[in-house]
Write a protein that binds this ligand. Sequence first.
Ligand code: 6PG
Length: 256
Amino acid sequence: MAQPVIRVFPDLERLSREAAKQFMRLAQQQVQVSGRFSVALSGGSTPRRLYELLASEPYRNRIPWDQVHVFWADERCVPFDHPDSNFRQAFELLLSRVPLPPVNVYRIPADQGDPVSAAASYEQTLRAFFRLEPNSWPEFDLVLLGLGADGHMASLFPRSVALRETHRFVVATRGGAPDLPRVTLTIPVLNHATHLLWLVAGAEKSSVIRDVLTGPEHPDELPAEMIHPVRGNSMWLLDRAASSLLQRSPSHDPRR
Ligand code: 6PG
């Protein structure tokens, strides 16, 4: 299992530019290799700047949007036009501004008020898209993740039963801020992704970053510690404030 790569940037702007470059590079490479690029987006405030950058030049023109397929790591159970909708955030900042075919957008149907059926329906969507045999897992080319100050990612919260899911791809859950019913990809799906890109910024994340990346493991308390890619890799993009409690290590690049 590859060790996670940790990179530190002076601020959210430079972190987001690096994330945009990584997104573009992986999309171009993967489209060359397999003719399509599957990405699962996250909500939260940290990826907002990344989404804006991807919708502007040079990324907008250089990403092969026709072959990009957009999914979500999690969704809040609200109407799609609600301010808390992860779909809405990505749609407004990115998806409505790039030449992405609407059929390539696979939103979690969490607007219907029944999280359990939304999860089952999204699982079927994944099964069909990835043409899965029984006992196999979807393998996203890229999953973008944020980290909550409590150690959650996607909608996989500390001590939640969702953390123990070993068969389903998608489950209903509840929690977070805002505290809402939610639908989330499960730990095994995240662990089967080819690339996991974490975007974490702000001093309020510094102690959870230290605990997740260097502390003794308490995975039920810090779900991010359950991420161990099976064949893929994890890269952490941190701003200086989020990394401030980490010891310097060779993977930090102080010139950035
Ligand atoms: C969500 C997210 C969630 C988010 C983290 C970090 O829908 O709430 O997917 O997991 O990524 O809470 O959020 P911030 O970027 O706002 O810190």
